[in-house]
Design a protein around this ligand. Structure first.
Ligand SMILES: NC(=O)c1ccc[n+]([C@@H]2O[C@H](COP(=O)([O-])OP(=O)(O)OC[C@H]3O[C@@H](n4cnc5c(N)ncnc54)[C@H](OP(=O)(O)O)[C@@H]3O)[C@@H](O)[C@H]2O)c1
Length: 277
């Protein structure tokens, strides 16, 4: 498995499992727990979630699925911006830890920017780190201006990752944000790496997949993982999707294939606002 190195020097897998839309209904809970268990069996070692997903339901699904195997997984969760005050962050983290049935979150992110001053959230994150409740902290949906503001805050440069929308069809961050993060060794976590499933229907990606015996979705993921310093976190519940996505981690795209992808999905020529869902 390819890996990406965090600023502190720890390597994490370049492929993880997303969990948005899990934990939202009791009817699908058993299927979702089975999906996360299968992911672990297949070798997934990074799971992304948030207190927002299913209003805690996704964290509960993960807590149940990971029980007994916690030490094998790098767990990422996120605090809501409206909870990201000094006290609110500490309380939100405690609730997430309970739902995840663990004593620590590996990477804890501010889900997006809200109205709480960044200095307060950073202060709370640093406090959680000292207490051993989180191992690293980072941000999500931060554009270049936000990152610069964060870097100006005391302790702000301890940020270990920025999670943003990044896929073959949403390449805006390549113009400025991605190079900025690379210069500082801050990994990018690519959410919606298959455009919420839409890239599975891409004819150009399917055509490239033929030579690899791979689907369009797998090529979309292989493309994201071919970008240095980028971690892809596709979400899947269907066993076939979980298998395919894990197998995509070993697909190497040639220079010619990458150039074909550039022709269909050109890199940005100018500053582009961050894509969001
Ligand atoms: N920080 C943020 O603001 C933010 C925002 C959005 C997402 N995220 C994170 O990023 C993760 C990924 O993003 P996402 O879930 O929005 O979109 P995504 O991973 O691009 O797409 C997920 C969808 O694609 C389907 N799929 C998965 N693998 C497939 C395959 N091999 N072939 C065809 N279809 C496939 C899934 O179906 P099945 O589930 O039915 O298998 C699901 O419907 C989220 O789950 C979440 O953890 C973060």
């Amino acid at each position: 498995m390819k890996s990406v190195t965090l600023p502190a020097g720890e390597a994490v897998p370049a492929l993880g499992l997303g969990t948005w839309k899990m934990g939202a209904s009791a009817r699908s809970r058993a299927q979702e727990i089975a999906a996360v268990r299968l992911a672990l069996d297949l070798g997934y070692r990074l799971i992304d979630t948030a207190e927002m997903y299913g209003e805690g339901g996704a964290e509960e699904v993960i807590g149940e699925a990971v029980a007994g195997r916690r030490d094998r997984v790098f767990l990422v969760s996120k605090v809501y911006p409206h909870n990201a005050s000094r006290k609110g962050t500490l309380a939100a983290c405690e609730s997430s830890l309970k739902r995840l049935r663990t004593d620590r979150i590996d990477l804890y992110l501010l889900h997006w920017r809200g109205t709480v001053p960044l200095a307060e959230t950073v202060d709370a994150f640093e406090q959680l780190k000292r207490a051993g409740k989180i191992r690293y902290w980072g941000v999500s949906n931060f554009d270049l201006d936000d990152m610069n503001e964060l870097w100006a805050v005391e302790g702000g440069a301890h940020c270990a990752a920025n999670q943003v929308y990044y896929s073959a069809s949403r390449r805006g961050i390549e113009f400025d944000l991605l190079p900025w993060q690379r210069e500082r060794g801050v990994p990018t976590m690519a959410y919606c790496p298959i455009d919420e499933g839409a890239l599975a229907g891409s004819a150009p990606l399917a055509a490239i997949g033929k030579a690899h015996g791979a689907t369009a979705a797998q090529i979309a993921l292989a493309w994201v993982m071919s970008q240095p310093g980028v971690i892809a976190i596709p979400k899947a519940v269907k066993p076939e999707h979980l298998r395919q996505n894990f197998a995509a981690a070993i697909i190497e795209l040639s220079a010619d294939e990458l150039a074909r992808i550039d022709r269909h999905f050109p890199p940005p020529r100018q500053r582009t606002p961050l894509a969001m869902v």
